[in-house]
Ligand binder design. Sequence first.
Ligand code: AHR
Length: 318
Amino acid sequence: AVGCGGGDEKKADGDKKITMGFSQIGAESEWRTANTESVKEAAKAAGIDLQFSDAQQKQENQIKAIRSFIAQGVDVIAFVPIVETGWDTVLKEAKDAKIPVIIVDRDLKVEDDSLYVAKIGTNMITEGEKGFEWLAKYANEKQLKPRDGGQQLNIVVLEGTVGSTAALGRTKGFNDAMAASPDKAKFNILASQTGEFTRQKGQEVMESFLKSYGSKIDILVAQNDDMALGAVQAIEAAGLKPGKDITILSFDGVKGIFQAMIEGKTNCTVECNPLQGELLMETAKKVLAGEKVDKIVYVEEGVFPAEVAEATLPSRKY
Ligand code: AHR
């Protein structure tokens, strides 16, 4: 734990309602919608006045929003960094204005860690590792064979937004786990391209993978569920059975992918928990009250293979 808010950061006055400026990156996925709802609902429940700004997938819009929160003199700023780099200047401006900053969902890299007071989110590297572990086990249990009769199971990857923690972390976790695995020789990454975390782009890129590699593709790793759902359409349009001809692993754990798993169209999702609003509001209150908070807090998440989808769907909250 580190001391935050105990220094020269701004503190909310006793009875005054706290105002939080929150910059969300957009609405690219089912996951993002759940994340936004979680933040809005938690702010309401906590009696915090939320100034919400949607950046439409542009870092420059986030920087503008943060500057406008500073100009308004909000009590605390929270934001989801669309990419990891490029935040030093604006966060220095927030620090100079004595407004504490809390990072949500994705990570960032700044020269001086005192530019933010806390980070709340998920461990994307661990998610990538869990994804490979599931895949290696599944390939062994099902005795998966390359469709083209070759020696290795070929993987295509739909990556998320270039430069985002969700893409960088899942790529690193997956690739490192594969490199360290006794099963590594069984797998080959054939192609990897961004699908920008959207269903539409996931479908388009999968179409182009199918055109280029056809029966060489055995496995799809989609770095979010929405891209996997888009890819399912492309695979069906190519006359193949998603989840059978091509094994599909994705990330997030949204209801839409549980439905697809129940229908046998995808095989596993590694959870990324978007319900971070409550923790964000609690953290903001503590920071403004001058209490100590943990610098990094990761929310809990699981791995859900298709076998558990039907039993699990009724209890899914997003
Ligand atoms: O940062 C979290 C990622 O962003 C989720 O995996 C994805 O669906 C979202 O758009």
